[in-house]
Design a protein around this ligand. Structure first.
Ligand code: NAD
Length: 460
């Protein structure tokens, strides 16, 4: 929550609405000073031996590993994530640091055959990189940009979301404890339009990695144009979960709730449009109901909890603007009453493919179900949004699985599962879901310039 005081933010526990911390908000002058410190630190860091950079990043990973419980508990409090999820998120930071560390020594260029000499390429660091993170997965998303950027020899300025700065601030302390140089990885909590804009416009920042809403992403991309600044965007989604009649319909129904209720639906990859072949539609809905209503909602600190509250009052208002809690729904779960930004799991049957709830991102625990006739119809419906982040395809027909995977315009698809984000595989969106890719074997090159050098071997 942003309070009236422009120099600080109150951080609330979304399950109780209690203020758990007050954090100073960075000004444009703070950003200037941070860029200056980062620039100095980056010079030393990029000159260091790749093996030394790798060693320090592995040490950072080890220190994070020693603090998994503390980081997870902090995320339970500031973001309302169930403790099981929060532990995974802290572990993801550790794993990503380890994975990226290996890249520091493998950032090999190429030797390209040309006449009259030797031609080689180098991947050189960009300099100072800004990572602007959202509140929905504060730790993993911060690490997706930060770890490969550092491994490739850059400095990182991380601006967490106003509502969730605490784990990011703690990670910066742990980086120093691990021995990373002062100034190399700094966290600047602050308002998007103040600290965020100052980072985007700063001439000393070479690249912006932004994860958040599509509207803000477009604005950032436009601002980056002024300095031809590099930009990676991870934006919204409205991803399909396509269930064919030849699938294991029981398994598809049983696993569907997790794919749109995990993180209370505040997941850019949420499978929030369930497309079901008409011949199995009624059976699927019958099976879906108990799976949704038994999804455990409650105290995020309880290990049995699968779904916590929404992040804020504003986010709950946004979800209600699409679906008031008393609107007719095909399936509706329970949610705690009283304090906290609770909202029940909700499944709607779309009145048509252009239904607002079927094409716009709600970012809450709401899915809309649409029937389809055949494979062509499924693909047409799946592609009928401006987004293209992820999706799932349920079928026992291998040929169909591959045909539909190739036909759906999205960056991350899974067949007979809902997995989509692994640190070792590329992640990013088609269309208005984003620009560029994060994670995977090529993550480091997104934080480098490719330099080509030709060395003449002609006799002088
Ligand atoms: P948001 O766009 O409002 O904010 C994201 C971050 O950008 C925050 O740190 C915010 O302070 C900052 N920001 C806001 N205005 C800014 C500006 N003018 N200049 C620079 N920085 C600015 O989004 P949100 O409400 O935090 O997150 C929810 C949205 O993010 C959803 O639409 C969701 O789909 C999307 N999202 C996408 C992904 C993905 O990987 N594709 C991941 C998470 C969230």
């Amino acid at each position: 929550m942003t309070n009236d005081h422009p120099h600080e933010h109150h951080v609330l526990n979304p399950a109780t609405e209690e203020v758990i911390a007050t954090v100073p908000a960075a000004s444009a002058a703070d950003v200037d000073a941070a860029v200056a410190r980062a620039t100095t630190a980056q010079h030393g860091w990029s000159a260091a031996a790749p093996a030394d950079r790798a060693r320090l990043l592995r040490r950072f990973a080890a220190v994070v590993d020693d603090h998994i419980e503390e980081l997870a508990a902090l995320e339970v409090r500031e973001a309302g994530h169930p403790i099981g999820n929060a532990r995974w998120e802290a572990g993801n930071v550790r794993d990503l640091l380890d994975y990226a560390a290996g890249g520091a020594e493998r950032l090999t260029g190429s030797q390209i055959p040309v006449a009259g000499g030797l031609n080689v390429t180098f991947h050189e660091p960009l300099g100072v990189v800004a990572v602007i993170a959202p509140w929905n997965f504060p730790m993993p998303i911060a690490a997706w940009g930060t770890a490969p950027a550092l491994a490739a020899g850059n400095a990182v300025l991380l601006k967490p979301a106003e509502t969730t700065p605490l784990t990011a601030l703690r990670l910066a302390e742990l980086a120093l404890e691990a021995g990373l140089p002062e100034g190399l990885f700094q966290v600047l909590p602050g308002a998007g339009p103040v600290a965020g804009t100052a980072l985007v416009e700063h001439p000393g920042v070479a690249k912006v990695v932004f994860t958040g809403s599509t509207g803000v992403g477009k604005e950032i991309m436009a601002r980056c144009a002024a300095g031809v600044k590099r930009v990676t965007l991870e934006l919204g989604g409205k991803s399909p979960n396509i269930v064919f009649a030849d699938a294991d319909v029981e398994l598809a129904a049983r696993s569907a709730p997790g794919s749109f209720l995990d993180n209370t639906g505040q997941d850019c990859c949420a499978r929030s449009r369930i497309l079901v072949q008409r011949s199995v539609y009624d059976r699927f809905m019958e099976l879906l109901e108990p799976a949704v209503t038994s999804f455990a909602v409650g105290d995020p600190a309880d290990p049995a909890t699968a779904m916590g509250p929404l992040i804020s009052a504003a986010q709950r208002e946004r979800v209600r603007s699409y679906v008031p809690e008393d609107a007719p729904a095909a399936i509706r779960g329970e949610a705690p009453r009283g304090k906290g930004f609770w909202y029940p799991a909700t499944v709607l049957e779309a009145t048509g493919p252009q239904d607002r709830t079927a094409v716009e991102e709600i970012f809450g625990p709401v899915a809309v179900v649409l029937p389809f006739e055949d494979e062509a119809d499924a693909v047409r419906l799946a592609n009928a949004t401006d987004y293209g982040l992820s999706g799932s395809i349920w079928t026992r027909d291998v040929g169909r699985a591959l045909r539909v995977s190739r036909a759906v315009a999205a960056g991350n698809l899974s067949v007979n599962s809902h997995s989509s984000v692994r640190y070792s595989t590329p992640f990013g969106g088609y269309k208005q879901s984003g620009l560029g890719r994060e994670l995977g074997p090529d993550a480091l090159t997104a934080f480098t310039e490719t330099k080509n050098v030709f060395i003449s071997t002609e006799e002088q």
